[in-house]
Ligand binder design. Structure first.
Ligand code: DC
Length: 214
């Protein structure tokens, strides 16, 4: 089973690279950030304070999550649009810092890989905590201004300064949290995506994968 782990901060190009790599390799793709966003959506919808760890932990074991490339369904509700909205984006780092949420998400992510015969998974802790033995681990980075620019293009209703500030705040929360913080996984290929094309990066990663075979 081939598992490729793609980690890195927001705006580092993870989604674009992970999707293109999955297509090149004929593997399935999983956006694990969408799972944390979906849990955050579920908490907000039920009126649970995302920073209140116990009720969020109780909730996460029971919720039904279906995350694929085009659609995210949470307990029969289509959350595809809302999980990218400002409310979820503001609260998601709090939910992602909850250790019981992380344990449950890790379990579901490993299960996803097993049931799909491997895949390309992007997130913050895939190479460090979910699949430390992945066939290939990549850590993507980009200059902060480039990352903010990319995010600003995605969220058209917010100005560059707001996006840059939010990105810096989330980076700090994700890197400094106690459980599975964002780190460069041991043995990961580190790629600065600032000045490279998606194709170049995918070529580079495929070349790193090949020597290991199946
Ligand atoms: O990649 P993203 O912006 O959609 O991720 C949303 C949040 O989820 C991000 O603030 C960090 C968190 N996350 C995480 O803690 N672990 C992962 N494997 C993926 C995302």
């Amino acid at each position: 089973m081939i598992v490729v782990a793609i980690d890195g901060p927001a705006g580092s190009g993870k989604s674009t690279v992970a999707k293109a790599l999955a297509e090149r390799l004929g593997l399935e793709y999983l956006d694990t950030g969408a799972m944390y966003r979906a849990v955050t959506f579920a908490a907000l919808r039920r009126g649970i304070d995302p920073s209140d760890q116990e009720p969020v932990a109780r909730m996460v074991r029971d919720i039904e999550l279906s995350v694929d490339q085009d659609q995210v369904i949470v307990d029969d509700v289509d959350a595809t649009i809302e999980i990218r909205g400002p409310e979820v984006t503001r609260a998601v780092s709090l939910v992602a810092a909850n250790p019981e949420v992380r344990t449950e998400m890790r379990r579901r992510q490993r299960e996803w890989a097993r049931s799909h015969g491997g895949g390309v998974m992007e997130g913050r802790d895939i190479g460090s905590a979910v699949f430390p033995d992945a066939s290939l681990k990549a850590y993507l980075t980009a200059r902060p201004a480039v990352r903010a620019q990319r995010r600003a293009q995605e969220v058209t209703d917010l100005d560059y300064e707001t996006v840059a500030a939010d990105l810096a705040r989330r980076d700090a929360l994700d890197s400094e949290r106690q459980h599975d913080p964002l780190v460069t996984p041991e043995g990961a290929v580190v790629v600065d995506t600032s000045d490279r094309t998606v194709e170049e990066i995918v070529d580079d990663l495929v070349a790193h994968l090949e020597p290991h075979g199946e």
